[in-house]
Design a protein around this ligand. Structure first.
Ligand code: 2BA
Length: 109
């Protein structure tokens, strides 16, 4: 069994959740925040049998699209230096960042 962890943009999360349900694949949605943009995103935990991993990847791929986002300068006043960006920059976010992990044991009680 594998755990697929997918970080997606909030705009794509409903579509992805619906497409997973349509294919009878179970998932948990967590509200998350990107470390760089400090913007909300959604993290899906999807536990599946090994043979379903490719199908899950396809569903994620067709449900999530990349978008450009402009990161506005953050005032150094009141912000930590790690988040200080002195000029606007364009970043491409997504479609999805996906990790696939081996599951040692899976139980449901
Ligand atoms: P954020 O960390 O808010 O990053 C948003 C986008 O900003 C990234 O899109 C990337 O294009 C850019 N970016 C991130 N860190 C950067 C840096 N140090 N310098 C320049 N540009 C940078 P994505 O790569 O598509 O990532 C979207 C979201 O996925 C991330 O939001 C983060 O929440 C998650 N993510 C991406 N890579 C990850 C990783 N290796 N581990 C954990 N989460 C990750």
């Amino acid at each position: 069994m594998k755990l697929v962890i997918a970080v997606v943009q909030d705009k794509d999360s409903n579509k992805l959740a619906q497409n997973l349900v349509k294919e009878d694949i179970r998932a948990t949605k967590l509200a998350s925040t990107g470390g760089f943009l400090h913007a909300g995103n959604t993290t899906f935990l999807i536990g599946v049998e090994d043979h379903l991993v490719d199908r899950v990847m396809q569903i994620i791929q067709r449900s999530c699209k990349a978008r450009e986002q402009v990161v506005a300068p953050v005032s150094p006043m009141g912000a930590s230096m790690e988040s200080y960006i002195p000029y606007p920059v364009n970043v491409q976010v997504g479609g999805a960042t996906v990790f696939v992990l081996d599951i040692e044991r899976f139980e449901q009680f």
